[in-house]
Write a protein that binds this ligand. Structure first.
Ligand SMILES: C[S@@+](CC[C@H](N)C(=O)[O-])C[C@H]1O[C@@H](n2cnc3c(N)ncnc32)[C@H](O)[C@@H]1O
Length: 291
């Protein structure tokens, strides 16, 4: 089956997480309208044109590129993006590395947007999307050469089960990359946060416990890097740029603001404060499944 035909709407196991992310239909329509308004010819759109809108994590595209370099999949690899959002990182990997990427996400509108945007940039065959839960991956054992996840685990309480699922669907000798927000030492994050309006659907875990869960799933650590300072500096720069641009083009929001709407500004400011106050930690990691 072509990857682009893999959209399967499964029963959501965490409906309130998905409803936090959902806003007035699939965000692809809003993104394509913004690109048209910015003068782009939609018939000649490239994955790079989507980058201002489709990287839903701290440090944006730079973080995706770093993880892509750490994993460096070959062109014949099949990669899973767990919690893929609207598919930006998956598209970038498929486009730059020539590999096939399957994204899975809990939010049906994001899966639709991911599929529509991939078709729009001619990547429907190599970047396919499935709507489902990372805690019950609808794939056979040893399906993927590599798996990555960025900024999805903060909605998932059962990290032990999440990483067991990762280890199960990874091929022996395969590699797993993560770029996640974890618990900081100074208490709970400020809410609303980009991943949850309230503490109820926020499940930040301390880095040491995340590491322990990964090792308990049978994965071996290759790389672990704390990027909290870099994420903090980036968030402060974004807020300063937004304040400088205030009122210049309110019809054309970029970044996750186009996905989550006007509420995103407060969420992002809270995340920036949480970074500054050591309430959250940002970590990049790479783990191998022994062959
Ligand atoms: C902040 S977005 C990050 C999206 C994407 N990884 C990126 O960096 O652009 C978090 C995503 O995780 C998804 N998510 C949360 N819990 C999930 C779960 N249990 N299984 C699959 N996806 C999940 C949400 O639907 C949302 O799209």
């Amino acid at each position: 089956m072509p990857a682009g035909a893999m959209l399967a709407i499964l029963m959501s196991r965490s409906p309130n997480v998905a409803s936090h992310y959902a806003r007035e239909g699939a965000p692809s329509g809003r993104i394509l309208s913004a690109l048209t308004a910015a003068g782009k010819d939609l018939s000649r759109l490239s994955p790079a044109d989507l980058i201002p809108y489709d990287q839903f994590h701290l440090r944006g595209h730079e973080a995706t590129e770093e993880l892509a370099q750490l994993l460096s999949p070959q062109a014949d690899a099949v990669v899973l993006d767990l919690g893929c959002g609207i598919g930006g990182p998956a598209r970038w990997l498929a486009d730059q590395r020539g590999c096939r990427v399957i994204g899975i996400d809990l939010t049906p509108d994001y899966c639709l947007a991911a599929q529509e945007l991939s078709a729009q940039v001619g990547l429907a065959e190599r970047a396919g999307f499935v709507c489902g839960d990372g805690l019950a991956l609808p794939f056979a054992d040893a399906s993927f050469d590599q798996i990555w996840t960025q900024h999805a685990a903060m909605n998932i309480a059962d990290k032990a089960r999440l990483y067991r699922e990762v280890a199960r669907v990874l091929k022996p000798g395969g590699r797993f990359g993560l770029y996640d927000i974890m618990a900081g030492a100074a208490g709970d994050p400020h809410f609303p946060a980009p991943w949850s309006n309230t503490p109820e659907w926020s499940h930040l875990t301390a880095p040491a416990a995340v590491r322990e869960a990964l090792l308990a799933a049978g994965l071996k650590e290759r790389h672990w890097r704390d990027l909290t300072a870099e994420a903090r500096a980036w968030s402060e720069k974004v807020i300063a740029a937004q304040q400088a641009a205030k009122g210049t083009n309110p019809q054309n929001p970029v970044g996750p603001a186009i996905i989550l709407g006007p509420a995103f500004a407060e969420m992002f400011a809270n995340l920036s404060r949480s970074l500054a106050e050591n309430r959250v930690t940002v970590v990049q990691g790479v783990f191998d499944k022994p062959g």
